[in-house]
Design a protein around this ligand. Structure first.
Ligand SMILES: [Zn+2]
Ligand SMILES: [Zn+2]
Length: 208
């Protein structure tokens, strides 16, 4: 803990982009703003890609498994090319700042868990200064200390994305991937109709 006098003398960096690494800028553009969460995702991804010796994924050769749905995940998507659409970004709703990366090339994987306790909070700063200060700390701190690192943590890689046939749900009449249909009381039902998860009006069309 710093003495109070030293804290009040501290001048935080201006929140400009001049000192940001070039490859963080497309992450900021994609995400919409610069924030500490995005930078945590940036640092985790850079460290993992370096550790696995890999570049951005054109296809599905790289897999990312994220255990949160925070700002950080946008940096993961931009830097790795692992996206929801390609099916090589998996979301586990664990509420943890943890990121696992794996490569199909040699089956290697690494899990990084963020260790926020390493960054002391600048309590005496206004909020916008604190954000800038935290971002600067994250970008300049030794990345090996920012994260708890577990190498080769996956015993099995997730399967590649597949195309499945689609069939009609007997309740809403919408085409649904066959693997997401369940038969209940002899009716083939989609997940939305089974669980009533979406507040959607009935699809019945009224005659004009
Ligand atoms: Zn954000
Ligand atoms: Zn349905």
């Amino acid at each position: 803990m710093r003495p109070k006098a030293e804290q009040t003398r501290f001048t935080p960096p201006a929140l400009d982009t001049a000192w940001l690494p070039d490859d963080l800028l497309p992450c900021v553009e994609f995400h919409g703003h610069l924030c500490p969460g995005l930078v945590i995702g940036y640092c985790a991804t850079k460290l993992a890609m370096q550790r696995l010796g890999i570049g951005r994924a054109e296809d599905e050769e790289l897999i990312a498994i994220v255990e949160n749905d925070s700002c950080a995940v946008d940096a993961v998507q931009v830097l790795t090319g692992c996206t929801f659409g390609k099916g090589n970004l998996k979301f586990l709703d664990h509420g943890k700042m943890a990121f696992t990366f794996a490569t199909r090339r040699d089956g290697r994987s690494v899990r990084l868990l963020y260790r926020p306790q390493l960054l002391p909070k600048g309590q005496t700063m206004p909020e916008e200064h604190q954000r800038a200060w935290t971002i600067k700390q994250l970008l300049t701190h030794d990345r090996l200390e920012l994260f708890e690192i577990q190498d080769d943590v996956l015993c099995e890689l997730p399967p590649r994305a597949q195309c499945y046939e689609t069939i009609w749900c007997d309740a809403c009449g919408e085409r649904t991937m066959a693997t997401r249909i369940e038969t209940i009381d002899e009716k083939k039902l989609c997940a939305a109709c089974r669980d009533q998860t979406l507040p959607i009006q009935s699809n019945e069309r009224k005659p004009e």
